[in-house]
Structures are given as structure tokens and as C-alpha cells.
Design a protein around this ligand. Structure first.
Ligand SMILES: Nc1ncnc2c1ncn2[C@@H]1O[C@H](COP(=O)(O)OP(=O)(O)OP(=O)(O)O)[C@@H](O)[C@H]1O
Ligand SMILES: [Mg+2]
Length: 287
């Protein structure tokens, strides 16, 4: 059974007013346990609205979301439990840090879950480890951390709830290139080690290409494409037509193929491209 099954999901903001706007329009998809899925789409396409519905923060206007086969709105009073199971890291989550110490901030979610002190402590340490914040950081005030460290502390707070599904809405936004690379590799490691399902909303095609197995493409409130990363980024023209692009390296390799060099189509990372080009040059006796 799919961990998440979404059927005919819609979200209409300000219904019945002149500002009525359908932000998610009749979309359906399944997510398999352990998947690492990228969600891309132009600004305003409905990505944040969609993920807020998936963790029960926003109620759908119509349609259903089943988590492990059970409709998450079957028992509206228990919707809080869904938020522990489907952990959502908002865009710019560092603005939600408010406790005296980083440790207390990370412990906020597990404390609300009613866990024992011992379990909370263990979860805080394990979550902090995923984002490389050592014990020295745990005692600091969150306000004394750098921007990137604050972001990592906020993400650790959601990881500490040990959600079955971790959703990150633009986790790398506003970080410098090194900060982005570090955070992305920590998220990748989290997925590898815990084997949990991860959904990553991102404007960076490079980031999605380097870590995600599948990609959802949102376009004007609709689900335009949902396939393996390789297949989605092989649809360069279709993505261009909706204002998105393929990763730069995919596009460079496509141009080389068009120029008659026999390389593999749908190359997703620079490392893959280097390997492929080196192999080709060796075959040709030019290296
Ligand atoms: N609370 C709200 N009330 C009314 N309209 C909203 C609300 N939140 C979002 N919208 C509108 O719904 C549409 C989808 O917004 P959403 O934030 O889901 O897009 P997004 O794909 O996450 O965009 P971005 O890439 O800029 O984060 C947009 O047109 C937005 O203006
Ligand atoms: Mg958004």
C-alpha cells in the first residue's frame, strides 16, 4: 500500500468572495514508502498549498488524502497526530525559533507528542546529529546562531518528531552556495540512513536532480508531470513551455548529443557527465 494516496485534491482560497482562487485543482497521486520526491513549479503554482494540505495544516476544499490507507480528516480532532507523522519544515523556518536554547527548540515537537524526558533527549541528540549541530550548539540561544545554523536547528526540530514523511518547503532558500550544498547533503544523508519518505519543494533543478528519485511538476494549480527524475528532465521542451528549465548539465549533454557525440541522454549531475565523457574519450583513444 502507498504511504500517501491523494485523490482529486483541491484547495480554493477565499471561496465565495471576489478573491476566490483555486490554488490546487483536482490533483491525484500516490507516494510510495521511502520515496525521495522533488516538487517543482513556477512561483504561485500551488506547491506550498499542496504540502500544507498533506500535513493537515490546511483543510482541502475537496478530495482526500490517505496516510497508510486512512483519510487524515476522518477524525478532525486528531489532526495534530497527523502533523507529527507528516513533518513539515516551512520556508524560512528559522523565524519560528523562540526558546531559550537550541536544545529546547528542537525538543518542542517531541515534548508536544507527550514523550518521556529520556526519549525526548535521545531524539534531540539524534536530530541535531543529522544537521551537524554538536552539543556546544545545543546550549546556545537560537538567536546567537548564524542563518544557516538556525535553519539547521529548525529542521532538526521536525526531524526530532521522527515523522514517517518529512516535507521541506524550499529548505535551501536564501543560503549561500556552500550552505545550500551542506544542507542538501544532510537531507540526503537523513533519507539514506532513516529510509523515510522525503518530499522536497525546490526552485533549484540542480538540487532536485542531484538527490530526488522522482519529481512532481506543478503548473497553474495542476499536477503537470509526475515521473522519475530522469524521465521528467528528459522533457526539456515541455518544462520550458511552462517556464521551467532542466538542470544546466542535462542541457549541456543534450547539446553534445545533438552535435553527434554519443553520450547518455538525461544525465542529471556533473559527476555523471564527467564519467560519461571520460568513458567516451577513452573509447575514442583520445584520453
Ligand atoms: N492564504 C492565502 N489566501 C489567498 N491566496 C493564497 C494564500 N496563500 C497562497 N495563495 C495563492 O495561491 C496560489 C498558490 O500559492 P502557493 O504559495 O501555494 O504557491 P507556490 O507554488 O508555493 O509559490 P512559491 O514558489 O512562490 O512559493 C498563489 O496564487 C497565491 O497567491
Ligand atoms: Mg511556496
Amino acid at each position: 500500500m502507498s504511504i500517501l494516496s491523494v485523490k482529486n485534491l483541491s484547495c480554493v482560497y477565499s471561496k465565495g468572495t471576489p478573491f476566490e482562487h483555486t490554488a490546487v485543482d483536482n490533483i491525484s497521486f500516490d507516494v510510495e514508502r521511502g520515496d525521495f520526491i522533488g516538487i517543482i513549479g513556477h512561483t504561485g503554482s500551488g506547491k506550498s498549498t499542496l504540502v500544507q494540505m498533506l500535513n493537515g495544516l490546511l483543510k482541502p476544499s475537496s478530495g482526500t488524502i490517505a496516510l497508510d490507507g486512512i483519510n487524515i480528516w476522518d477524525k478532525p480532532k486528531e489532526i495534530r497526530k497527523i502533523r507529527f507523522k507528516v513533518g513539515l519544515v516551512f520556508q524560512y523556518p528559522e523565524y519560528q525559533l523562540f526558546e531559550e536554547t537550541v536544545e529546547k527548540d528542537i525538543a518542542f515537537g517531541p515534548t508536544n507528542m507527550g514523550l518521556s524526558e529520556k526519549e525526548i533527549h535521545e531524539r534531540v541528540l539524534s536530530a541535531a546529529k543529522f544537521v551537524d549541530l554538536n552539543s556546544e550548539f545545543l546550549e546556545k540561544s537560537p538567536f546567537d546562531l548564524s542563518g544557516g545554523e538556525k535553519r539547521r536547528a529548525a529542521i532538526a526540530g521536525v526531524i526530532a518528531m521522527d515523522p514517517d514523511i518529512l516535507i521541506l518547503d524550499e529548505p535551501c532558500a536564501g543560503l549561500d552556495p556552500l550552505g545550500r550544498d551542506i544542507l542538501l547533503s544532510q537531507i540526503y544523508r537523513y533519507h539514506q540512513q532513516r529510509g523515510n519518505t522525503v518530499l522536497l519543494v525546490s526552485h533549484s533543478m540542480e538540487d532536485v536532480a542531484s538527490v530526488c528519485d522522482k519529481v512532481m511538476v506543478m503548473n497553474h494549480s495542476h499536477l503537470e508531470l509526475y515521473d522519475t527524475t530522469h524521465n521528467v528532465f528528459s522533457e526539456g521542451d515541455r518544462l520550458n513551455s511552462i517556464g521551467l528549465r532542466i538542470p544546466q548539465i542535462t542541457s549541456v549533454i543534450d547539446s553534445l548529443i545533438a552535435a553527434g557525440i554519443p553520450l547518455k541522454k538525461g544525465t542529471l549531475t556533473v559527476e555523471q557527465a564527467v564519467e560519461d565523457i571520460t568513458e567516451y574519450l577513452k573509447r575514442e583513444g583520445r584520453l
